[in-house]
Design a protein around this ligand. Structure first.
Ligand SMILES: NC(=O)c1ccc[n+]([C@@H]2O[C@H](COP(=O)([O-])OP(=O)(O)OC[C@H]3O[C@@H](n4cnc5c(N)ncnc54)[C@H](OP(=O)(O)O)[C@@H]3O)[C@@H](O)[C@H]2O)c1
Length: 227
């Protein structure tokens, strides 16, 4: 499958690398190709500069947000929370229309330092704002409640796999994404939470996630719904 990843950070790199290793054709999107390739420092999450990462992943191509979105039969949003709407606008509505958009973003605002606060919360969510801004796109919110290494390998959590949530208005899209999660990454416990408004709960998990990270001192953890 041709897959677009909107975002060059640790999430974009992890998902792109995994999907490429599975034989998918992957194009990563960025605002400015030359500026992204010129970066030499790792990002705040420790992801290597894109050009260094790309050397080990020669089959993954890099393009503008619009080039990536046009290329992808499936589009994955791994842009920063504060930049997601702008990034998707740069993709161009026509390049997104009718496609499934897996939305991994979290509306985290780091402007006041750590821990970040949620810029959209309680009565709204970034997932809903994306769905409203792009009504012809089938938005499925998922994977945002774990760190990038856990997204692509939930069995790497020593205490056992966490639960994963999917939220979205299109039942067929959620079924397809749930199968992708199982087949590509090995997720065993995928819970359909309901329509896109249920992304509020998944995004608010981040208030718990960042503070738990501070206690356990590793991003390799998750939350399990024990029934
Ligand atoms: N890191 C994790 O483990 C983790 C876990 C769960 C969820 N998430 C969520 O996944 C998303 C990606 O996280 P990340 O850590 O990989 O990277 P990030 O630093 O949050 O985002 C990097 C990407 O956002 C784009 N971006 C930043 N500001 C922008 C703006 N104003 N307009 C358009 N695009 C903009 C960057 O574009 P350029 O390529 O042009 O620089 C880059 O591609 C975030 O929403 C984050 O909350 C992350």
């Amino acid at each position: 499958m041709n897959i677009a990843i909107i975002g060059t950070g640790s999430v974009g790199q992890a998902i792109a690398g995994k999907l490429s290793s599975l034989g998918h054709a992957v194009k990563v999107g960025t605002r400015d190709i030359a500026a992204t390739l010129a970066k030499t420092a790792p990002d705040a999450m420790g992801a290597p500069a894109y050009a260094m990462w790309a050397k080990g992943h020669p089959k993954v191509s890099l393009g503008t947000f619009a080039e990536a979105a046009k290329f992808g039969e499936l589009v994955i949003n791994a842009a920063s929370g504060m930049g997601s709407i702008a990034a998707l606008q740069s993709c161009g509505s026509a390049n997104l229309a009718g496609k499934i958009l897996i939305d991994i973003s979290n509306p985290l605002d780091f402007s006041q330092g750590m821990p970040p606060f949620l810029s959209i919360v309680n009565t709204d969510s970034l997932g809903e704002q994306i769905q409203k801004a792009f009504p012809q796109v089938k938005v499925v919110k998922t994977l945002n409640v774990v760190s990038a290494p856990v997204m692509i390998d939930p069995s790497c959590v020593p205490g056992g796999q966490p639960s994963m949530f999917v939220s979205g208005n299109d039942a067929t899209a959620k079924t397809a994404v749930s199968k992708f999660l199982k087949d590509w990454f090995g997720w065993a416990d995928v819970m359909d939470r309901g329509d896109i408004t249920t992304a509020r709960g998944s995004e608010m998990v981040l208030a718990l996630w960042v503070r738990t990270w501070g206690v356990v001192q590793t991003p390799i953890f998750g939350f399990k719904v024990v029934r």
